[in-house]
Write a protein that binds this ligand. Structure first.
Ligand code: AMP
Length: 249
């Protein structure tokens, strides 16, 4: 069984981002970049399936600048076998990403595609769903558990009211949620080995996909600054303040 895992290079989740003074976007100069956390979870899940003998090959793919090679090398160090980098210096919107991934999937013929539920930079939560539709494949979103058996996958999803279990026929696109697993750190020997693993480079043009943006960002703002809280000395004082000051009661 073959698994395809798209991995996106994004601003590290620990970074406190700054909006550019002209409001055209987020300042990315000298900012630490890392693999999107949900994509780390996807790679981990694929590697666990390989360790269990269910999966024979893991291909990772990233669409992004030349530096996205680092992100792919991290995925290779975690245990992926091969990587494909589709080089694009400009930001690529989810629909274009999905079209590019569809081309890669057509060439690779994976049984499963593990896509992160969302990229933490733009929080779009669109790519996996669009990819499944373009591929004409089954889709299951927000997986917190994946069980494979006999050409089918059972996916446990955390939904508002509790837990939902769905079954899909492979090939399928599964989007991964936070509680699916805890990704490993790559060991030093594996980081060294990953440098020699195959990494193929392509361009959107090679795949015949037009990545011209369809959306225009009008403005990016910092969130409003929260007012600091106050400490009350008793429940009576709290109730009184809720009644007289905040107007909640
Ligand atoms: P989004 O729909 O942008 O929130 O992204 C959801 C998921 O799609 C991510 O977690 C990745 O698995 C995949 N993805 C989005 N953009 C890219 C990209 N540029 N390169 C590789 N994978 C991507």
């Amino acid at each position: 069984m073959k698994v395809l895992v798209p991995v996106k290079r994004v601003v590290d989740y620990n970074v406190k981002i700054r909006v550019k003074p002209d409001g055209t976007g987020v300042d990315l100069s000298n900012v630490k970049m890392s693999m999107n956390p949900f994509d780390e979870i996807s790679v981990e899940e694929a590697v666990r399936l390989k360790e269990a003998g269910t999966v024979s090959e893991i291909v990772v793919v990233s669409i992004g600048p030349a530096k996205a090679e680092e992100t792919l090398r991290t995925a290779l160090a975690m245990g992926a076998d091969r990587a494909v980098l589709i080089e694009a210096e400009e930001a690529v919107e989810p629909l274009a990403v999905a079209k590019l991934l569809k081309k890669v999937a057509a060439a690779e013929q994976p049984d499963l595609v593990f896509v992160g539920k969302q990229a933490i930079d733009d929080d779009c939560n669109q790519t996996g769903q669009m990819l499944a539709a373009l591929m004409g494949a089954s889709q299951a979103t927000f997986a917190s558990k994946v069980d494979l058996e006999g050409g089918k996958a059972q996916i446990t999803r955390e939904v508002d009211g509790g837990i939902q279990v769905v079954e899909v026929t492979l090939p399928a696109v599964i989007t991964t949620d936070l509680r699916l697993n805890e990704p490993r750190y790559a060991s030093l020997p594996n980081i060294m080995k990953a440098k020699k693993k195959p990494l193929e480079k392509k361009t959107p043009g090679d795949l015949g996909v037009d990545i011209t943006p369809r959306l225009a960002v009008l403005k990016t703002n910092e969130p409003p600054v929260r007012k600091s809280g106050i400490r009350v000395s008793s429940v009576a004082e709290l109730v009184q303040k809720l009644k007289t000051e905040s107007g909640v009661l």
